[in-house]
Design a protein around this ligand. Structure first.
Ligand SMILES: Nc1ncnc2c1ncn2[C@@H]1O[C@H](COP(=O)(O)OP(=O)(O)OP(=O)(O)O)[C@@H](O)[C@H]1O
Ligand SMILES: [Mg+2]
Length: 256
């Protein structure tokens, strides 16, 4: 059974068909890329699977159980973590608190423990802080732990957002343009970080990206979406040589 399976997903915004009969099958530990020009429907696919929009048609299952009709937090609790195209971080909060707060979704000490500092609460807090630091280290941001996140460079903020998404220990992580706005050096660092994350946590990844170097280097399998439809899919080599993909990207960036 695939980890995540999407069959015939279709979505309309009013009269606009943003996604048409989209299919996806991801196995545990796979890195799957989703590329395509602006407005192709990539983020809409994420928002449909993560419960932000309700699809007009189609089925979505994670480990064989349907995600249809679940709220975004319920989808997250099933094991799906995500980041957003326009980073969603909490202003005035430290890097460490971002990741700790995400961990709290899984706590078991209750309100009384939270007020009175029971031993169970203290042990849980210590464990959370340790896990949070481990994640911050994976993303090379531990040195910023006590700083307010919005004061930090853009590339660092992106990595904090990813660390927060990993705090729920997802089976699959959705990343929406993780390198948007990054310098070439930051992009190379991000490749290393995603490899490390993938190895360390054995997490499957669904990656939306415009930077083709990034997708081609990291992904096992790539789909190209144009006007809501998959026009080509396959290994990085198959996608690289596909004339329809080159056409879709003409004038944007070299397929290399
Ligand atoms: N909430 C919404 N309401 C109405 N139309 C929407 C909404 N979200 C997206 N769309 C439209 O659906 C289409 C697909 O948008 P989407 O954001 O999924 O594209 P994308 O592939 O992520 O593009 P980009 O690379 O620019 O992020 C576009 O025509 C967009 O204008
Ligand atoms: Mg998008």
């Amino acid at each position: 059974m695939p980890l995540l399976e999407v069959v015939n997903l279709t979505h309309y915004f009013g009269g606009l068909r943003a996604v048409k009969q989209y299919n996806l099958s991801i196995e545990s530990g796979q890195i799957h890329g989703l590329i395509g020009p602006n407005g192709a429907g990539k983020t809409t696919v994420f928002n449909l699977i993560t419960g932000i929009h309700k699809p007009s048609e189609g089925s979505i299952t994670l480990e064989g159980a349907s995600l249809l009709g679940l709220r975004p937090y319920q989808v997250a609790a099933r094991g799906l973590g995500r980041t957003f195209q326009n980073m969603l971080l909490w202003r005035h909060m430290t890097v460490l608190d971002h990741v700790k707060l995400a961990h709290h979704a899984q706590l078991g000490y209750g309100l009384i423990g939270a007020f009175f500092g029971t031993p169970r609460r203290n042990a849980a807090e210590a464990r959370i802080e340790e896990n949070a630091f481990r994640l911050l280290e994976t993303f090379n941001v531990a040195q910023f732990a006590r700083q307010i996140v919005t004061n930090l460079p853009y590339g660092v903020q992106r990595r904090v957002e990813m660390a927060r998404a990993m705090a729920i220990r997802p089976k699959i992580l959705f990343l929406d343009e993780p390198t948007a706005g990054m310098t070439p050096e930051e992009l190379d660092q991000m490749i290393v970080i995603i490899r490390k994350l993938h190895q360390e946590f054995k997490v499957a990844i669904l990656l939306i990206e415009h930077r083709l170097k990034f997708v081609m280097t990291l992904c096992d399998h790539i789909q190209t979406l144009v006007f809501g439809e998959v026009i080509a899919e396959g290994s990085p080599d198959e996608i690289k040589g596909n004339p329809a993909v080159i056409e879709a990207y003409l004038g944007k960036e070299e397929v290399a």
